[in-house]
Design a protein around this ligand. Sequence first.
Ligand SMILES: Nc1nc2c(ncn2[C@@H]2O[C@H](COP(=O)(O)OP(=O)(O)OP(=O)(O)O)[C@@H](O)[C@H]2O)c(=O)[nH]1
Ligand SMILES: [Mg+2]
Length: 461
Amino acid sequence: MPVSFLSQLQHQGRELTGRALDRHLRLGVTGLSGAGKTAFITSLVHQLTQGDSSDNLPFFAVVQQQRFLGARLSQQPLSVPRFALDQNLSYLQHEPPQWPPSTQGFSQLNLNLRYKAAEGLRARLQHSSELALEVIDYPGEWLLDLPLLELTYAKWCEFSWQLFARPHRKAAAEPFKQALLSADLSLSTPGQLQQLTDAYKTLMQQFHQIPGAYLNQPGRVLVPGELAGAPMLQLFPLLPEQLEAAPALAKQLEQHYQSYCQHVIKPFYQRYFARLDRQVILVDCLAALNAGADALAELSQALKLILQSFQYGPGGLLSRLFKPRIDKVLFAASKADHVTPEQHKALTLLLQQLLQQPLKQSLYQAATSEAMSIAAIRASNSGYVQVDGLAQPCLSGTTMTGKAVTYFPGEVPAAQPDAQLFSRHKFEFIELRPQPWRDNTALPHIRMDHVLQFLLGDKLR
Ligand SMILES: Nc1nc2c(ncn2[C@@H]2O[C@H](COP(=O)(O)OP(=O)(O)OP(=O)(O)O)[C@@H](O)[C@H]2O)c(=O)[nH]1
Ligand SMILES: [Mg+2]
């Protein structure tokens, strides 16, 4: 029997026992590319594994009550790469400091948290208790594949071309549209299929550069991972009117589409998302505001499509064992260190509106949810400057080009602004370099202690 299969069986056995005893938690970190998943996981794990964190995590009860005995990395399936925690931390220690790069594949990290139980039988019988925590990281582009499971190839073509007609995408999509219109689709040769595939890949790469063009599908065209060169990635949306006009090509593309759904998206979903206990949904609202009205609308649409793939509800013992559902959801507006603290409330309200308005309320009703503005790795310091005798809030930090700045980044609208406001006002929340950071010191953050308390607090009592 192959070693990896054996190790997987052992791992599943441990997970099932852990679940039965309610000692196992699988955390889903969900977010589009650039939302801040890798920074979030890096910070979360570092906050848990570094030594004394009581000064850095004032709202994390188990730490404040001095019951937290520490966390260490534990065994994980041999077939999945380990999350590159040390490597990510080392980027922050570069001279000048850098952010970890965009993620190109899966990785996972398993942690064992040790703590003293506060009350009940466990506290009396055991010196220490344990909770196994499992977190995975993956390229945000792949998340956008989940909604494809609900669509046929023909419906996807329709959806794509409606999307490509939007103002911020139309010009970029024109050359690919012309390539499709001028191709003799009745030929359907391998060379032609590859040419059009390459043209679609170029288009996707251009979309990727357009701020606010979030919904780029299929995700593996942009980040193929281990599938680079696989025939099923010869996949692009024909113009809807071409589906009947070029039946042979349409049929072939539909086969590739079905194969992609079956062999890429379904296993991805089942392996990493179908068994989540808790979920963090990270959203970079500020970048969308910078990019304008179309961006904000597309962000809201992308989130709505993705979140429909998850199941929410309380986890009773049986359901936890055999059909786990997400019982706690944290909506987090990421990179809150890009605005002054008194704007955090508005940022949180904007996030709630973006996420909840398009979704039926009932989707979340079964789960406990909370929304907050956070910075996994705080890159700015906030303070006040005197202007005409009045104290004005400000931030100080270093821009990505290395310039030290002290500034007021502007106000955050507490609700989705209408297109008119965007035409009058340009939002400019600038990106900042991480602050210099030394190993063995706490990572600066905003509200990661609240995050830990919400996600883990009840399991560490
Ligand atoms: N100021 C600030 N910037 C952040 C923070 N978290 C992430 N960023 C910025 O956002 C960028 C993207 O963050 P990542 O953590 O790589 O995002 P991701 O969701 O993992 O993206 P993919 O791997 O492409 O899916 C970083 O390179 C930083 O520039 C934060 O807490 N504060
Ligand atoms: Mg990442």
